[in-house]
Design a protein around this ligand. Structure first.
Ligand SMILES: Cc1ncc(COP(=O)(O)O)c(C=O)c1O
Length: 509
């Protein structure tokens, strides 16, 4: 078997299994213990006992090699550039992982008496102080496990705030047409009717349209700034006045905060609630490398509605404690106090960066984005819809619709072909207001050399699209699996998520 075959066609452990192969030798069991065990087993009714275990049988080295080969088929930000727009796939420093896996943190249990977890509570508390400073909010809850989870909690808080003042008629949430899909989904899950406000030709919220749809029924608006086109909402002051003018609240989707770190604070812009994606902006692993964390920050008038507990410091006793005595708090949305190891990684990142470092993150990410945009927008078949002459923030969205019309090669085809050149695909078909959308976010982590490599590869794919379109349309050719049927792969009825189901369906083995 050549290296390449070995790398790309890895059998499952069940197929590799050799009857009789042993990975671990256990010592002989003590006779007394064996008797006790048998007795206990005999007490379990036969119909409740598993009759067959069918575990794979392999030596230790075979198992190590199998999983190492599988890991080599993976792609991550540690392998190469990951320009997935709207996801901020920046470098996740290894040091943060080491700290999060230190024994004291790993072995702490949330049900321990608080005197024994003072260090952990202090990390929560100190992290909160930094996030307050970065965003201009008054308090944070760390419960949400992701940005979308935070959005849902934010919507519950908006509802609690209005209802607590006896206002039950506010049932509309306004969301721009450029928004991430989780915004309307979260608002709808929290029981709101979603009204969409259109973007204007600058790629910003159309203020005239906003004024038309805003009335007393509006509970709030959900915005990300810069928005998903990478454009800063320059009329944010006006939007704040319009929404506050009807006693609505402004929710800040923090997915794009990377561009503004140390420059502008959502609180100073007039936002009332913020979620932060710690797994994006603050460099903790993302996606398959999760779990995530989407803490919610609020202004003073909303603090009472944050879910319990909040982590407070009692100065007179000199201890950190969990405050559950909060009668107006909305219900808990996650057990305990959030994904602690993620918080430790974000805290370590923030300490290492400091205020000046964060400012440089914003500047470098915006510079990298505009450097690439400047080159890419000149490529054949590529256009820049919405304010084509304006710079962007940390990400940008070009349209490949001209390329598609001229060659039949779509944004998806280009994204798949980039995999053959060793790059993760950019985000495609989002935001939906851009035809054949191709959204690139290089982040501050990439060197100029890597940005140039990416540009060169994209440029080659565009040339191939004009000269050998079939090669691009059938890509990828160089990866573990070729082009998959995406609808089938994500449909629960046709997906084969486990080896046992596969065996059952295919009759294999
Ligand atoms: C603009 C925007 N908002 C919200 C989210 C949801 O965040 P999460 O994936 O952490 O749930 C995303 C995710 O990519 C996003 O890009």
């Amino acid at each position: 078997m050549s290296f390449r075959q070995a790398r790309w066609s890895e059998p499952t452990v069940f197929e590799l299994s050799r009857p009789g192969a042993i990975g671990v030798d256990f010592p002989e069991m003590d006779e007394e213990l064996q008797k006790e065990l048998e007795k206990a087993l005999n007490e379990i009714p036969r119909e409740l006992k598993r009759q067959e275990l069918s575990l794979p049988e392999l030596s230790e080295l075979e198992v190590v090699r199998h999983f190492t080969r599988l890991s080599q088929m993976n792609y991550s930000v540690s392998t190469g550039m990951y320009p997935l727009g709207s996801c901020t796939m920046k470098y996740n420093p290894v040091m943060n992982e080491e700290l999060a896996y230190s024994e004291k943190i790993l072995n702490a249990h949330p049900l321990q008496p608080i005197e024994t977890i003072q260090g952990c509570l202090e990390i929560y508390w100190r992290l909160e102080q930094i996030l307050k400073e970065v965003t201009g909010m008054s308090r944070f809850s760390f419960q949400p496990a992701a940005g979308a989870h935070g959005e849902f909690l934010g919507c519950l808080i908006i509802r609690a705030y209005h209802e607590d003042r006896g206002i039950h008629s506010k049932n509309v949430m306004i969301i721009p047409d450029s928004a991430h899909g989780t915004n309307p989904a979260s608002a709808a899950m929290a029981g709101y009717e979603v009204k969409v406000v259109k973007s204007n030709r600058d790629g910003c919220v159309d203020i005239d349209e906003l004024e038309k749809i805003v009335d007393e029924k509006v509970a709030g608006i959900m915005l990300t700034n810069p928005n998903t086109l990478g454009v800063f909402e320059k009329n944010i002051d006006r939007i704040v006045d319009i929404i506050h003018g009807v006693d609505g609240l402004l929710y800040y989707d923090g997915a794009n905060l990377n561009a503004l770190l140390g420059k502008v604070r959502p609180g100073d812009m007039g936002f009332d609630i913020v979620h932060l994606n710690l797994h994006k902006t603050f460099s903790t692993p993302h996606g398959g490398g999760g779990p995530g964390s989407g803490p919610i920050g609020v202004v003073e008038k909303l603090v009472d509605y944050l879910p319990s507990p909040l982590i407070n410091y009692d100065e007179s006793k000199g201890i950190f404690y969990l405050d559950y005595d909060r009668p107006k708090a909305v219900r808990k949305i996650k057990m305990f106090y959030g994904n602690f190891s993620v918080l430790v990684k974000a805290y370590a990142y923030l300490l290492r960066m400091g205020g000046e470092g964060l400012r440089r993150v914003a500047e470098t990410s915006v510079l990298a984005s505009n450097y690439l945009l400047h080159k890419i927008k000149k490529l054949r078949g590529v256009t820049l819809p919405f304010a084509p002459e304006s710079p962007r923030k940390h990400e940008f969205v070009v349209s490949l619709s001209r390329l598609y019309k001229e060659t039949g090669v779509s944004a998806k085809d280009v994204a798949k072909r980039l995999l053959d050149y060793g790059f993760h695909a950019p985000t495609v078909y989002f935001p939906s207001i851009v035809e054949e959308a191709f959204m690139i976010e290089p982040t501050e982590s990439e060197s100029k050399r890597e940005l140039d490599n990416f540009y060169e590869s994209l440029s080659k794919v565009i040339n191939e699209s004009y000269n050998e379109p079939e090669k691009v349309k059938s890509a990828p050719h160089n990866t573990a699996v070729g082009r998959i049927d995406e609808v089938r792969a994500s449909h629960p009825r046709t997906m084969t998520p486990s080896w046992r189901i596969y065996v059952k369906r295919s009759g294999k083995l």
